[in-house]
Design a protein around this ligand. Structure first.
Ligand code: ASP
Length: 347
């Protein structure tokens, strides 16, 4: 029996500045992270598997509109949502993933079904939706994923004609002459509202009250096994069909009992090119370094060489955790069985 059972989660990394965050918004994030950690912690305390703990944590994060996964996901350049998710079991190296789905309520549950009930690892688009539906998972109308805050953010990014990381509102708003004019109807769509002129302050986020993020969870269970799961709406204003690191095993998600479990968040293209999640495990295996040292090297040394921005969470089979990020902030937290969950946002 492993007494170091632990779960850690992230809700995305990026330009998350204390100065731009109201006390109530901050409290909302801490409360959401705390609730998710408590749920994951209960699974582990009851003797559940790391795979069950990360599935449940990411499912809850997908259902929470504060984060860029499931409901509250970012918009593509076409004003639609395309969701990606992956999950991996460190005890067997089994993995499942889906990408570019538009109607699966909980992409992480679909990824889990791929892991457990399919001979394949990654399904895309319509095939992924058909698989999820055949598995009895909940299928929703695309409008389910709409939130006003994400739609406003997309209007700003579209005005800049660029794709952007979820939390990088400050950069965009500082260089933008556009602001939100998103009146308050429930229909999302590319042509519904146009941005109007405005004078942003240098550190003003896209939406001062709401920031969102890709989500992920890693866990070590009482049986000594690790698992990881990651889920995202991708980057705001991404091209239709674009797939990032999140659903790619080894880039956005990886787990191996022999080394560690990893979930990443950040500029996906760079995490793919660095095979970031696997690199943490590989450094532990081949360089014989700790999970903290390997995670730090990937996030602070290797990713910055190609302008890779973001962070990751990692846990080894002894319960050591690392939560490094090279941005201003990363929504994050961890909870050991029997202890109070710890949550944090800024550096
Ligand atoms: N890594 C995600 C992607 O590129 C985005 C994020 O983590 O915020 O799709």
């Amino acid at each position: 029996m492993n007494t170091n059972a632990v779960i850690a989660i992230h809700g995305g990394a990026g330009t998350i500045l204390r100065a731009s965050m109201s006390a109530s918004a901050e409290a909302e994030y801490h409360a959401a992270l705390h609730a998710v950690l408590s749920a994951g912690q209960r699974v582990l305390a009851d003797g559940g598997s790391a795979l069950d703990a990360v599935s449940e944590a990411v499912r809850l994060l997908e259902d929470c509109p504060l984060f860029n996964a499931g409901r509250g996901a970012v918009y593509t350049a076409a004003g639609t949502h395309e969701l990606d998710a992956a999950i991996m079991d460190g005890s067997t190296l089994d993995a499942g993933a889906i990408c570019c789905v538009k109607r699966v309520r909980n992409p992480v549950l679909a990824a889990r079904r791929v892991l457990e009930r399919s001979d394949h690892v990654l399904f895309t688009g319509e095939g992924a939706e058909a698989f999820a539906s055949a598995q009895g998972l909940e299928i929703v109308e695309p409008a389910y994923f709409h939130t006003e805050a994400r739609h406003r953010q997309w209007l700003l990014a579209r005005g800049q004609q660029r794709a952007m990381l979820d939390h990088d509102g400050a950069t965009l708003a500082a260089s933008s002459s556009a602001t939100d004019n998103d009146s308050n109807t429930a229909n999302a769509g590319p042509n519904r509202n146009e941005p109007t002129p405005h004078e942003p302050t240098p550190h003003e986020p896209i939406d001062p009250n709401r920031k969102f993020g890709t989500v992920g969870a890693i866990a070590l269970d009482q049986h000594g096994h690790v698992a990881a799961a990651t889920s995202t709406g991708g980057v705001t204003n991404k091209q239709v069909g674009r797939v990032g690191d999140t659903p790619l095993i080894g880039a956005g998600c990886y787990a191996d009992d022999a080394t560690c479990a990893v979930s990443t968040t950040g500029s996906g293209e760079m995490f793919m090119r660095m095979v970031a999640a696997y690199d943490v495990a590989a450094q532990m295996a081949y360089r014989n370094v700790s999970v903290q040292e390997a995670a730090h090297d990937v996030v602070m040394n290797r990713l910055p060489k190609i302008d890779g921005r973001g962070g990751l969470i990692a846990v080894d089979a002894r319960g050591n955790i690392a939560l490094p990020f090279n941005t201003e902030g990363m929504y994050r937290g961890f909870a050991r069985v029997g202890e109070t969950p710890v949550t944090a946002i800024y550096r």
